[in-house]
Each structure stands twice: as C-alpha cells, then as structure tokens.
Design a binder for this molecule. Structure first.
Ligand SMILES: Nc1nc2c(ncn2[C@@H]2O[C@H](COP(=O)(O)OP(=O)(O)OP(=O)(O)O)[C@@H](O)[C@H]2O)c(=O)[nH]1
Ligand SMILES: [Mg+2]
Length: 536
C-alpha cells in the first residue's frame, strides 16, 4: 500500500454501516529520492486547508510521528474509523472490516513518505466554548529509516510538530533516553525554525508507548502512562546535568505532556501476513479495549486542542501561509545542520583538540615574544614560530579523537590557519617594541618639515609661488604631526593616526629609504676607495 497520490487508497463516501464520510491521504510534503531534500505540494495543501469546512474555522491537527515501522499509520486508520462513526458503541463492531485510510503495511521496509493529511476534515464543537473547529489528521514519514539523513528526519519531525496542535510521539515498548534526546534535537530544530525561542512554542504532546510489557510497574492506559511519564521525566537534585537539561527542554517546549501505555496487539498484527488486513478478529482483545479508551482520550471534543501560534488561533487559511513560510525556512539552508550523535561527538573532540593545540602554540610564543618580553629579531621570531607551530600540530595529532582522518585533516587545516593569524599578531606586537619603528612616523614627518623649511628659503630666491607651495606642504605636514601626536597621547582618533602611520611608512619605503641606502653604499664605496688608495 504505497502512499503516493497516484496509487492512493480511497475510502468511498458512504453513509452506510454506521460509517460516514470518505476521503484519501493527500501528500503535503514529499521527500526527494536523491539529494536529501523535500518539496511542498502547495496545491495539495490548499486542497485540504482551503476546504469549505476548514478555510475559516480554527483547526485542530493531530499528528503521529516517531521511528519507522512502529504502527503509526495503522493507529491513524483507527482514528479515522473512530471519527467517521457517529456512534461510539458501533465503531469497533465490525470484526471483518479491513483497516484502510493512510497506507500501512507489514515488513521491514519503510512505507510512509514525507507528510500526509487526510483529505476530509471532521467538524466538531468544543463543548466549553461552543466553537466549531475542523479536525485534521496528519501522518508522517518514520524517522531513522535506512534512506533518510538526520536532517530529513529532523525536518519532518520538526514540521509536523510546528503544524500540529496535538503531536503523538509513537514509541515501542518503553521511553528510552535516546528517544528523549531525539525529541530534544527535533524540537530544538523546530524552535529555531519558528523563532519562538523565548516562549513555549508547541501545544500538546502525547508519548504513545506501544507493546507495553511492564505491567508490574505501571498499568495500561492514561493513568499508568501518567505515572510512568512522571518517573521518566523527573528532574531531581543530584541528577546528571545532561539528563536534566533534556527533560527541562521537553517541559519547556510543550504546554501539556501526557503518556498512554498500549498493550501488544497480538502476533497477527506484529508479524502481518497475507490474510491480515487489519481486521479486528485478528487483534488481541486487550488492544481493542484500549483503542476504545485511547481514541476519546485524544479525539473527544473535550480533549481537542485548537492550533495556536504565538497565542493566536489559526484557521485553515492562515495555516497555508505558515506552512509555506516554514517550508521555505527549512529549504533556505540557513538553519544549522542537525548532526548525528557520532558526528556531533567527533566534532566536539576535534574542536577541543584544536583549542588545546592552539593553547600550546600561544604558551610557547608568549614566552618568546609575549607583551613583557623585549623586541626580537624578526628572523629569529619566524624560526621560533615554525618550531612552535610544528609542536602544536604534533599535540593535535597525538590527542585521540573520534571521526577519522578526513575530519582530522579538516581541523588540522583550520588549526594551521589560526596559528598563522596569531603569528601576524605576534609579529605586529614585536614590531611595535622596536623603538626605531615606533619613531618612524615622527622622524619622517620632521624630516619633511626640515627639508621644506630649508628648500623654501632657497626656492624663494627663484620663485615666490613655488616657495609658497612648499610652505603649504610644510604646514600640512606640521598639522599631520600634531594630529598624530595628539592621537598617540590621548588614544583617540586611532584610525586617523594609523592612516598617518601608513603614509609615513610609504614615504619612508619609497622616498627616503632608497636614497638612504644608496647614500650609505656610495659612502662606503668612497671610504673603500680611499682605504685602497692609501694602501697602494
Ligand atoms: N508490535 C506491534 N506492531 C504493530 C502495532 N500496530 C501496528 N503494528 C504493525 O506494525 C507494522 C507497521 O505498521 P505501519 O502502520 O505501516 O507502521 P509505520 O510506523 O507507519 O511505518 P512507516 O510508515 O514505515 O514509518 C504493521 O505490520 C502493523 O501490523 C503495535 O501496536 N505493535
Ligand atoms: Mg506509516
């Protein structure tokens, strides 16, 4: 029973046998076969949410999510049957009827793809407010199947949590710590996407534990579930921080959290087979009895929770816009990539190793050229840097890390880059300690002032205009020198002082230093010639 819209199973509209209504599963979100993405089927979404019974009515959306192959769609089809019967005593009376609606199947291969909604809404009246609402059912792709990435699983779970007002977290046998961790990861992803970081973002959550065996601990049903949930989600003094953080996060995310413990449905249901198509005659009585109790616990109008976003009641029409914008957020690639446990641990290992190695480099370099040490010859500094870098890379290699060579190479490159950046800072600090370097700007500017002053006198004999120009240059240079001195003294206008430093460096490198060098060379040549002459 595939769930593609092309070969969907349709329930023909009927008023007979106590069952009223029909419909079929509509694919709202479709997972892509390759590339790991998914796409929104806007027309299908509008078909459900702009249905005349839904468009202007507040909606209640009941979603079932959780790991794959755990009877989610099977359960939803019982919800459908319950909702399509007006008489509660009758809905489970036909023992031969096949279970139809959302596609379900036995076997080990995943079935449901993306997110589906039932095409027909159920209009109900909330007793205490008298409000008429449209109830919609939502089926989701099972998480952790062999074809989906962590991101796809997180996206499907997050989207169904963001869109539903009652999320049923379907689990097998018990609630395990990894189930809570996944719920934390997925709801955190949903919280990021919905931007509701400071308020309770989601409404009702029900842990539905299938195949509950531990009757000695807790009884089946709502009250047994409540006690069990309390023991699992308890936050107490002395609890390890990691465990209490997960629990606090879950409590924070939902307005209301419940749990229901379901009995095993019997081997015919669990194993499946050709003659089993969901008929009640093959299902254990205990399970059927609890279906009778579970359905009103979730679907009785007294227990329905109207969909609200930021405190505002959401109608079908409004929900279309929310779905569109939520899907865009997930597709835009702006959210951080959710990681598998191994990936996250390996990344944390590598980050810690990189930080330790960087610290080792900093310690060595601080000893050699830290703020309290005197100026060091730049060539010697470069040699010390190479040695410290090599030692630091060795520290990184020696630390045991999870994640393999490819990840290590990536972080080694990062470490290398960060060390080189640090070296630039160390070089700059070292240069600043050189008093000749520090005096370069005032020396260059004073030289220009003196040259201008002397040359203006000589040039004044030939041209008054040129002499005036030189005096203007002298004035400007004096002004720059004053600004530079004030900035260096007061620590203000540092950008301006840096610009003057750069200008002075440029003049020194391009105009003064070449003359100075050639003068020195010429001078030494003359001295050498005189020495040679004297010797001859
Ligand atoms: N053990 C056990 N099996 C169940 C239960 N309910 C349904 N099943 C069986 O589980 C199998 C899978 O049912 P589905 O409803 O297709 O499961 P699903 O979680 O929707 O699976 P995916 O769509 O692949 O995620 C079927 O063989 C059902 O008969 C249950 O409560 N306990
Ligand atoms: Mg399914």
């Amino acid at each position: 029973m595939a769930t593609n819209a092309d070969d969907r199973v349709e329930i023909a509209r009927t008023e007979e046998g106590g069952r009223k209504g029909g419909g079929y599963a509509v694919q709202i979100v479709e997972g892509e076969e390759t590339g790991g993405g998914f796409k929104l089927n806007l027309e299908a979404l509008k078909q459900v949410l702009l249905h005349p019974d839904v468009v202007n009515r507040p909606v209640v959306i009941v979603s079932v999510a959780g790991a794959f192959r755990k009877g989610k769609s099977f359960l939803l089809d019982f919800m459908l049957r319950y909702l399509q019967h007006s008489d509660e005593s009758e809905w489970l009376s036909n023992k031969e009827e096949s279970l139809v609606g959302f596609s379900w199947k036995s076997g080990s291969r995943p079935d449901t793809n993306g997110i589906l909604m039932w095409s027909e809404p159920f209009v109900r009246t909330i007793p205490h407010t008298g409000e008429e609402i449209a109830l919609l059912l939502m089926d989701t792709q099972g998480a952790f199947d062999t074809r989906s990435t962590v991101k796809q699983n997180a996206t499907i779970f997050a989207l169904s949590t963001m869109l539903s007002s009652i999320q049923i977290y379907n689990l097998m046998s018990q609630i395990q710590e990894n189930d809570l961790q996944h719920l934390q990861l997925f709801t955190e992803y949903a919280r990021l996407a919905s931007d509701y970081l400071s308020e309770k973002p989601f409404q009702s959550l029900m842990f539905l534990v299938r195949d509950w065996y531990h009757l000695g601990d807790n009884k089946y049903g709502d009250s047994g579930g409540g006690e069990y949930l309390q023991s699992v989600l308890e936050v107490h003094y002395g609890q390890q921080e990691e465990l209490s953080v997960t629990r606090k996060h879950i409590y924070f995310c939902f307005d209301d959290i419940r749990c229901y413990l379901m009995p095993h449905p019997g081997m015919k249901v669990a194993v499946g087979g050709k003659e089993f198509s969901g008929q009640l005659k093959h299902i254990d009585e205990d399970f059927v009895d609890h279906l009778k109790q579970l359905m009103p616990t979730i679907l009785d109008p007294v227990n329905l929770v109207v969909k609200k976003i930021s405190g505002n009641v959401i109608t079908g029409k409004k929900l279309v816009h929310y779905v569109e914008s939520y899907v865009k957020i997930f597709q835009a690639g702006e959210l951080p990539e959710p990681k598998s446990m191994l990936e996250a641990t390996a990344e944390a290992n590598h980050l810690a190793a990189k930080d330790d190695s960087l610290d080792s480099y900093k310690r060595t370099m601080d000893e050699i050229c830290g703020p309290t040490t005197p100026f060091l010859n730049p060539d010697e500094l470069a040699v010390s840097h190479s040695q410290a870098k090599e030692d630091s890379l060795n520290v990184f290699k020696l630390i045991k890390k999870m994640g393999g060579n490819i990840m290590s190479e990536k972080y080694e490159l990062l470490l290398d880059e960060e060390i080189e950046k640090l070296f630039l800072d160390y070089s700059k600090t070292n240069d600043n300690k050189n008093i000749f370097m520090a005096a370069r700007t005032p020396a260059v500017l004073t030289t220009i002032v003196v040259i201008c002053y002397l040359s203006s006198g000589v040039v004044g004999l030939i041209s008054g205009f040129l002499a005036n120009l030189i005096l203007i240059l002298l004035g400007v240079t004096l002004l720059l020198l004053t600004v530079w001195a004030v900035s260096r003294y007061t620590g203000q206008y540092r950008d301006l002082a840096s610009m003057i430093d750069s200008l002075a460096s440029f003049i020194f490198e391009e105009a003064i230093y070449p003359y100075y060098k050639s003068a020195i060379t010429r001078g030494s040549r003359t001295i050498m010639k005189q020495v040679v002459k004297q010797r001859i």
